[in-house]
Design a protein around this ligand. Structure first.
Ligand SMILES: [Fe+2]
Length: 374
């Protein structure tokens, strides 16, 4: 088959999937528009153990209170991970908007505008999404103090341009500070209702759908913020139909590929008694194009280092793609059982048996199609 014929075939598949898709790409009249993901609140029975993982993963421990730990990245806007003592749960995501946005939501949902205690500061309103996830929508955080970026190396000698002369390249293997919390993905019980809620409430746009052959309901949607002609990360939130409900993974942006490699080296060999589990990587995703490396924290939640992701403005139309195990990356090692969740068989089986008799999106036929695809 020629390249032109392959391109025609891919275009036809894209158009067929688009025509049958029962979930829309965007809302025409959202209540507000959000600007990004600010933070996550994690409940952990051992907050020191939880924080140790994030410090090894390149976050900076900014403030420790008796039952709460605040961690940050290089962005001085706000904290990105808040760990609170309690039974294990990914409890809350925090989104950013304008002051007017917070006021509109408070009025529409009949919720009070609250104030975060220091060191977070800022005003917020609390909503509950269709899956029961708490979503705090924030403005006017108390800014953090700027911190300096570690300089990891001298100039990169490209084939055509040699900038580093008489200066060997040497890296120190240590945690390199993450830039920001970039995105967070969740497995949900009611996919269509969830995607439409995030579109109608926050103006989020679907960048790419993934679908199963013959199904009119997608099983993955990557959603970005609508910042008009200002380019926005390919996805800030993502939703999927998967056997286990809840948090899938969340991702921290790094500057370069080499920072991701150094991060992997540190997590593999650092002198920690926590023995971190590698998830998957290093590779490059297809949808979003990020270079990625995944790790599980000591409580089983997955986190990602990523760099060089795509940016889309509001004019970019959604992509429609078939879901498969090989469609998730362009290069890199094969998707691992750890990443697929196959190392958590008991939790997966329990979840499937609990969900199949209910009316949520996970049906036996979908599950079989997903298993075949992956
Ligand atoms: Fe990701």
């Amino acid at each position: 088959m020629t390249v032109a014929m392959m391109e025609l075939q891919i275009q036809k598949q894209h158009d067929d999937l688009k025509n049958q898709c029962q979930v829309r790409e965007r809302s025409t009249s959202p209540l507000i528009k959000i600007e990004g993901l600010a933070y996550m609140v994690l409940f952990r029975p051992d907050i020191e153990k939880a924080a140790k993982f994030f410090v090894d993963y390149g976050l900076l421990l900014d403030k420790r209170e008796e039952e709460t730990i605040y961690l940050r990245g290089l962005t001085a806007e706000h904290h990105i991970i808040v760990i609170k003592k309690g039974p294990q749960e990914v409890a809350t995501i925090g989104l950013k908007t304008s002051e007017a946005g917070v006021e509109i939501l408070a009025k529409e949902y009949g919720q009070p505008i609250k104030t975060h205690p220091e060191p977070m500061g800022g005003k917020y309103v609390t909503l509950i999404d269709p899956n029961g996830l708490t979503v705090e929508v924030n403005c006017n955080f108390t800014p953090l103090i700027d911190v300096n970026k570690e300089v990891i190396a001298a100039q990169w000698n490209n084939a055509g341009e040699k900038l580093r002369v008489n200066e060997p390249m040497r890296n120190t293997i240590s945690p390199l500070t993450v830039q920001k919390l970039g995105h967070s993905l969740y497995s949900v019980a009611n996919f269509k209702k969830t995607v439409h809620w995030y579109q109608d409430t926050f103006g989020m746009i679907v960048s790419d759908f993934q679908m199963l052959p013959g199904d009119d309901m997608p099983i993955v949607a990557f959603m970005r913020c609508d910042k008009g002609d200002v380019p926005s990360d390919h996805h800030t939130l993502g939703f999927a139909v998967a056997p286990e409900l809840g948090h899938s993974h969340s991702a921290f942006e790094m500057d370069t590929f080499e920072e991701i490699a150094i991060g992997k080296e540190w997590m593999s060999h650092c002198d920690s008694d926590l023995k971190y589990k590698h998830g998957w990587g290093i590779g490059r995703h297809v949808l979003g194009s990020q270079v990625f490396d995944y790790w599980r924290d000591p409580f089983g939640d997955m986190f990602e280092h990523y760099a060089d992701g795509d940016l889309f403005s509001d004019t970019k139309q959604a992509g429609y793609h078939l879901f498969s195990g090989t469609a998730q990356h362009q290069w890199g090692p094969k998707m691992t059982n750890e990443f697929k969740g196959l190392n958590r068989r008991w939790e997966t089986v329990k979840s499937v048996f609990k969900r199949l008799p209910t009316k949520d999106d996970l049906t036996l036929s979908k599950l079989l199609k997903m298993m075949k695809a992956i």
